[in-house]
Design a protein around this ligand. Sequence first.
Ligand code: SAH
Length: 352
Amino acid sequence: MGQLRELIDKLHQNRELTLSEYAELIKYRNAEDAEYLRSLAQDEAKQTFGNQIYVRGLIEFSNYCRNDCYYCGIRRSNGAAERYRLSEEDILDCCRTGYGFGFRTFVLQSGEDMGYSDEDICRILRRIRDEFPDCAITLSVGEKSRETYEKFYQAGAERYLLRHETASEDHYRILHPKELSLNNRKRCLTDLKDIGFQVGAGFMVGSPGQTEEHLAADFQYLRELEPHMIGIGPFIHHKDTPFRVEPDGTLELTLYCLSILRLMFPKVLLPATTALGTIHPLGRELGVQAGANVIMPSLSPKSVRGKYLLYDGKICTGEEAAECHACLENRMKRIGYQIVTDRGDYPGWTRE
Ligand code: SAH
């Protein structure tokens, strides 16, 4: 397949392909060329980040959600989900624990929980900012107005994760109920970038109805948006959702997409996600070897870990934060990488 290798070289050189070329790159992939792509991507990550892996402490502070995305285990229609909300003090305790491990970034993630007002979130942000002035705070609480995002930024958040999920209207409609819109999702991402956040977009690999063309459109959209972070992971079914019988995304295609993204965006912050670690015991290690440079262990208290279940089989739900941290540190060491105590901003980013 000389042709595929040419496409990979072209991607490496130009940092982008045409829509139909991305689709071909996926459609005609094979083990040998995938290994070529992987090794270019790993080299690329090493040139920017060396053997250093940034770590983000993930605090899943509420699993209440007003939305009903068909793929997600904490969708509002899932009556079997046991709902919880962490108190402010609990959240701060998670940060204290993480700080002790050397974490300098905290990610506050939740469903779209209307139980917190903008003021509540801002107060939490300010408290974290006051107690940990040397740490970055990332929010991931879904779609909000521009005004709300501005308040969050003023209160001290400087990164925001909001996966676009899919850049294609037809595919978006397969994954979401009609009250949600791709346009609004994209509007949010544009606003966030405009305000000055380091922004993370991304998508699930192998979500129901996804074609090579949809993935191609995702790559093209990301090229337009130019996010600072890109979160991708395999779709994994959840037993209490409409997608309970849908096949899961694969390790192989997720790794392939990670490597494509690394060649497109040499400096982007690219996590090896928990979902990747869930579909394969060495998923996160393989993710790093495919070009990822970030890991996001959970800091959530043990009592709620088993409740933030977006998909079945999630790993590390029975562990204490300290165990997860030690385990990941070892896992990275074993493949020749090192977890670092660093905010891990996008290279060159500063707060305006
Ligand atoms: N409410 C926040 C956080 C969503 S959860 C927001 O809207 O951004 C974080 C991510 O988990 C989602 O963006 C989605 O891409 C992913 N996710 C949800 N359900 C999943 C599933 N069944 N399999 C794999 N990933 C899933």
